[in-house]
Design a protein around this ligand. Sequence first.
Ligand code: SIN
Length: 281
Amino acid sequence: MSIQVIPTGAPVGAEIRGVDLSQPLGDNVFATIERAYDEYGVIFFRDQAIAPQQQVAFTSRFGALEVNIFSERWSVAGCPEIVVVSNISEDGKPIGVKRAGENWHSDMCYTARPPRGTMLYAIEIPVLHGMPLGDTEFASAAAAYDALPEALRKKIERRKATFDFAGRKRAFPLTPEEIGRNPPVQHPIVRTHPRTGRKCLYVMRDDCTGIEGLEQDEADILIAALADHIVKPAHIYRHQWRPGDVLMWDNCTVQHRAIQDYDLPLRRLMHRTTMGGAVPV
Ligand code: SIN
């Protein structure tokens, strides 16, 4: 079967068909996948069955894998690059990070080199009376930039925001050592995508704690207004998961949040990998 790219019709997202990710991919097939990833910001493959090493191999085609604060706590045995995202506990202990990413964000924006992208492999999805729960929403930060009035584009052009690791309440308590390892950083509010050249808004509530050259009150108002603008319904694709989905998003083009509308005994289990990125410009 030949590879097909089927856009979701939302400002981001495309399904890729005709690919078996448990097999090595030829360069032409990979180039088609990477083009779709750059263009649509979110791509997904249904009905996959991949072992941890196969997920690692596929992710590494997009960039070096990262080990981060999540994998330091919850990784797959023998695979430190794969983070377990789950609400399941075994012997009274969580097997993975619970309630990960429930507010809008772009992964690890508080680091000097935020990751290019993130991949989730869905193993168990909560279902209630036949209805899948635990969707993930993606908002196009590129469409949000395009929709800004010219005057606002001018106001934010070349401005930088401060991103503070300690700004957001996280899914687990941080240690003082982790906070010390991640001092506040500054990134442009308008990022240029390193591969497509598209401009993307890069602002989130909580992670962004100030804007260079603006008084705190004015910065707070602008951060909230831009963050809310990015996640307007017109910019969103909502992914309803099925077991066997492999989905990846681009952390410059989109922001995302996980919908926490389920709880045990409904189980959700994902394997997450993260690929290294560049300094935002
Ligand atoms: C995340 O933000 O990485 C978690 C997304 C999800 O579990 O749907």
